[in-house]
Ligand binder design. Structure first.
Ligand code: DSN
Length: 443
């Protein structure tokens, strides 16, 4: 960064600081990963200087001959990777991509059905009141059962009663396989469009360790920066099923992305997405995906053996959610204590959570990033011991009533957070974490 160091020392130093942080901790937020230097070079390139509103061959600015080649490569590589006939690679990220799908297919007030946030859904899947998807459309949400699993029989009844125009099968914190065939059968029975949001699962699907929605859903959306290991962005794919339902579905999506919701696409990101698609088509990527799941299963088993409870009892994919309710712990405090120990996760709601999302009763953690560093089952055993030790070290709240009202929850949480700052044992663990991380360099 020699130019940045000269031009803006403050930002250069902060970037170096963040690079060191990323190297020295266990990044276990399941939606995060490490991009390759090749992806970063494409994203940081001069492509960011070009405006290219429109699509390849039909732009609103001159000078896009090379940009068109780049975007066409991204399109061709993704079509091949997922086996889809139609794709738009321009969405800035997952939320704009989902918004574009709704904008393409629904009028304001029409009905979306998605998995509730506390059940592992996403804000853009129709979360009521505060989100675009819940305010401008009518939203009915489905939920997981108390045991953390989706009950497809109940879902079928709800869909039959509510008749949504779109059903979203997609998750951010659901540790079990999604049955896309069932989702599609249920949705198509009432004439709904089926949108599979595979943002978390895309890399696992490419690696063949999670079933693909492509034979079943009408539209498949994925972000590109999670298990796929690309830059922050998203793509919207239309399947053969979708095109049979509506041959103009692809063009409707294109128009919703631009000019409907976005201006100029970020062609530097699109180049990074093309590089990521090339990397994901290498045989090593299959091994990576397999190891992500093997690591998650090993981690889950070890956490269960250390007496922790997991939502749904384990995992089929790359993530798991520790349920802290019986331990009487706040998710925000547990996440902060884990960070003090060098283990970066996020607080997360559990099904039926009595606490609001800012506090939450769960910890979500996953293996995509640590697997990219080369860690395997042996390391999962060590990590689970640290996680168990940190969580068991925390002092439980005396009674749920104490954390259920706003003022006493905030006071209790602050006291608990003060208690973990500069704790000697947590610092010691963070040193042990650093030693482990040094053996698995980030590329
Ligand atoms: N924010 C992402 C996640 O962490 O799962 C979803 O978009």
């Amino acid at each position: 960064m020699k130019n940045l160091k000269t031009e803006d020392r403050e930002i250069a130093d902060l970037i170096v600081g963040e690079e060191i942080r990323q190297r020295e901790v266990l990044e276990m937020v399941p939606s995060e990963n490490y991009t390759s230097p090749a992806v970063r070079e494409a994203v940081g390139s001069i492509l960011m200087d070009k405006y290219a509103e429109g699509l390849p061959g039909k732009r609103y600015y001159q000078g896009n001959r090379i940009i068109d080649e780049i975007e066409n490569l991204a399109v061709a590589r993704f079509k091949k990777l997922f086996g889809v006939p139609y794709i738009n690679v321009q969405p800035y990220s997952g939320s704009p991509a989902n918004s574009a799908v709704y904008f393409a297919l629904l009028n304001p007030g029409e009905k979306i059905m998605g998995l509730a946030l506390a059940s592992g859904g996403h804000l853009t899947h129709g979360h009521p009141r505060v989100t675009f998807s819940g305010k401008y459309f009518s939203s009915v949400q489905y939920a997981v059962e108390d045991n953390g699993w989706i009950d497809y029989g109940k879902l079928e009844k709800l869909v039959a009663a509510e008749k949504p125009q779109i059903i979203v099968c997609g998750t951010t914190a659901y540790p079990r396989f999604l049955d896309f065939a069932k989702f599609s059968k249920i949705g198509h029975a009432v004439g709904a469009y089926v949108l599979a949001d595979i943002s978390h699962l895309a890399g696992l699907i490419i690696a063949g360790v999670h079933p693909s929605p492509v034979p079943f859903a009408d539209i498949v959306m994925t972000t590109t920066h999670k298990t796929l290991r690309g830059p922050r962005g998203a793509v919207i794919m239309v399947t053969e099923t979708g095109l049979r339902k509506d041959p103009e579905l692809g063009e409707k999506i294109d128009k919703a992305v631009f000019p409907g919701l976005q201006g100029g696409p970020h062609e530097n990101i699109i180049a990074g997405i093309a590089v990521c698609a090339k990397e994901a088509s290498n045989p090593e990527f299959k091994k990576y995906g397999e190891q992500v799941v093997q690591n998650a299963k090993a981690l889950a088993e070890n956490l269960l053996s250390s007496g922790l409870e997991l939502v749904s009892g384990g995992t089929d994919n790359h993530l798991m959610v520790i349920d802290l309710r019986k331990k009487k712990l706040l998710g925000n405090v547990a996440a902060a204590a884990l960070e003090e120990a060098g283990i970066v996760t996020n607080k997360n709601a559990v099904p039926g959570d009595p606490l609001p999302p800012f506090y939450a009763s769960g910890i979500r953690l996953g293996t995509p990033a640590i697997t990219s560093r080369g860690m395997k089952e042996g390391e999962m055993k060590i990590i689970s011991r640290w996680v168990g030790e940190v969580i068991n070290f925390l002092v439980p709240y005396p009674d749920l009533a104490v954390v259920q009202t706003k003022e006493s929850r905030s006071a209790y949480s602050q006291k608990a957070l003060d208690g973990i700052k500069f704790n000697r044992r947590l610092k010691e663990i963070s040193g042990e974490v650093k030693n482990l991380c040094q053996k698995f360099p980030v590329n």
